[in-house]
Design a protein around this ligand. Structure first.
Ligand SMILES: O=C(CO)[C@H](O)[C@H](O)COP(=O)(O)O
Ligand SMILES: [Fe+2]
Length: 228
């Protein structure tokens, strides 16, 4: 199980997205938060911006769709160049069909859970997914405080993934920082989104390296990591 860091451009300067993407060279992914002002009370960017960004950087794009009707829109984000597309369980009408469509178009398929959405009803869907995103804030805004109460859900999700013998990744998003990343890694997360902790730093690339080091050290120590 390899630690991956996905800086969120939600906390970047939107007037200089190409430069901001290059400022985190060395990151595994670039996390792109798509918000439609319906699923969440905020509005960010859409398909044309993702298309331009995918041409402007070699870092693969990890698109987090906080939108209604992901069944209709998610395939367009794959066509726009996203390497991974995450839809919300609460918004998808047919998550299995949607995950299969995302995979068939050539991207990794991922599903996100808001803080109040349990993982257990989705256990049988896990083999259809390449990644599960456990939100550690209410989606909609960057810079919010990490919700410690989500740690048991991260732990239960990791246990389910292990029990089913799956290779899928477990992402955490929201309030991930030097203060919280070790708790996430200890609970079983392996893909870490960080917005304000990376783009709020004087040296974003150094912040990515520091977060990676912390997560790797914790992962190496954690008992559940053995054998993965
Ligand atoms: O999906 C998100 C918010 O809905 C963002 O990815 C997340 O909040 C990142 O920002 P920060 O690390 O500052 O919390
Ligand atoms: Fe996100």
């Amino acid at each position: 199980m390899a630690v991956q860091i996905s800086p969120s451009i939600l906390s970047a300067d939107f007037s200089r997205l190409a430069e901001e993407a290059k400022a985190v060279q060395g990151a595994d992914w670039l996390h792109v938060d798509v918000m439609d002002n319906h699923f969440v009370p905020n509005l960010t960017l859409g398909v044309p911006v993702v298309e331009s960004l995918s041409r402007a950087t070699d870092t693969p794009l990890d698109c987090h769709l906080m939108i209604e009707q992901p069944d209709r829109w998610a395939p367009a984000y794959v066509e726009a160049g996203a390497g991974s597309v995450t839809f919300h369980a609460e918004a998808a009408a047919a998550p299995v069909r949607l995950a299969r469509e995302i995979r068939a178009k050539g991207a990794r398929a991922s599903m996100a859970l808001k803080p109040a959405t349990p993982i257990e009803p989705y256990e049988d869907l896990l083999p259809e997914l390449d990644m599960l995103l456990v939100m550690t804030v209410e989606p909609g805004f960057g810079g919010q405080a990490f919700l410690d109460i989500m740690l048991p859900k991260i732990r239960r999700t990791r246990e389910l993934i292990s029990r089913h013998g799956l290779e899928m990744w477990l992402q955490v998003d929201g309030g991930v920082s030097a203060d919280t990343i070790e708790r996430c890694a200890e609970a079983g997360a392996d893909v870490f989104v960080a917005g304000s902790a990376v783009y709020g730093a004087d040296d974003p690339a150094a912040a990515v390296r520091a977060l990676r080091r912390q997560a790797e050290e914790t992962t190496a120590k954690a008992g559940w990591a053995r054998g993965h």
